[in-house]
Design a protein around this ligand. Structure first.
Ligand SMILES: [Zn+2]
Ligand SMILES: [Zn+2]
Length: 260
């Protein structure tokens, strides 16, 4: 593939290798920008720090992940104010990942919802993109998001809904970001969902170090591998990978209001 790519969602702090090596390898593979996602305020601060020292290669998303909302529950206002302070960095393009996870029960659903609602409001106030994590909670997620009033730009990260959910997101102008699991042979439902998303609302990500695409499944993932997901997405949609890649580059600018 002869296009520049962006990994729109990864966790650089969880990749147990030298950062320059990871970014260099990504750049060699055409992945010239990454969005690094912090899960919690301490990680988010580290994410912003990495982004600020990256010469424009790394952008930051900051938030409290639904699987661990303890800090928000203990001190909701202080947590949101910390995120607001971090968002002053021009490297911060998004609030999140936040959302609902009914697959893992590490946090009670009502506490997840409180943290989600507060982060939706923060994204709206700051005019940042909202990056959503959703697992086994799609119907409730839409109710909460609509009830709270979504910001202008919304991204469903590591898309896991069906084709109907994808069409619903598209009707709102929300972006659907596909990860390495779209390359797994059994995930035909995910490929069907990807066909329901208009080209201008598609994104790709690695969610590294998790969810490595085929043929690296089960190994540690890294931003350099996002091209495998682009190829699988293009194949599922019957499109040329280069054409899709160029479209994805444009979409990143629209989804995160940034000039890449
Ligand atoms: Zn997630
Ligand atoms: Zn993630």
């Amino acid at each position: 593939m002869d296009v520049r790519l962006v990994d729109t969602h990864c966790h650089l702090g969880h990749i147990e290798r030298d950062l320059e090596e990871v970014l260099g390898e990504a750049s060699d593979a055409g992945v010239v920008r990454v969005i690094d996602v912090g899960m919690g305020t301490a990680e988010s601060a580290a994410t912003v720090d990495r982004a600020e020292r990256s010469d424009g290669r790394v952008f930051a998303a900051i938030g409290v992940h639904p699987n661990d909302v303890a800090e928000f529950t203990a001190a909701p206002e202080a947590t949101i104010e910390q995120l607001r302070g971090l968002a002053a960095s021009e490297t911060v393009v998004a609030i999140g990942e936040t959302g609902l996870d009914h697959y893992r029960d590490r946090s009670p659903p009502d506490l997840q919802e409180a943290a989600f609602v507060a982060q939706i409001a923060l994204a709206r106030q700051l005019d940042k993109t909202l990056v959503i994590h959703c697992r086994d909670a799609h119907a409730r997620l839409i109710e909460v998001l609509q009830g709270a009033g979504p910001p202008e730009r919304v991204v469903m990260h590591c898309f896991s809904g069906d084709a109907r959910f994808a069409a619903l997101c598209a009707s709102h102008g929300w972006f659907c970001s596909f990860a390495g699991n779209i390359t797994y042979p059994k995930n035909e439902d995910l490929r069907e969902a990807a066909r329901a998303v208009p080209a201008e609302l598609l994104l790709v990500e690695t969610d590294a170090p998790f969810l490595a695409p085929q043929p690296y499944r089960g190994k540690s993932n890294a931003p350099a591998l996002v091209a495998h997901t682009v190829r699988a997405l293009a194949e599922a949609r019957g499109e040329a990978a280069d054409t899709l890649g160029a479209q994805l580059w444009e979409n990143v600018g629209a989804a995160f209001a940034l000039r890449v």
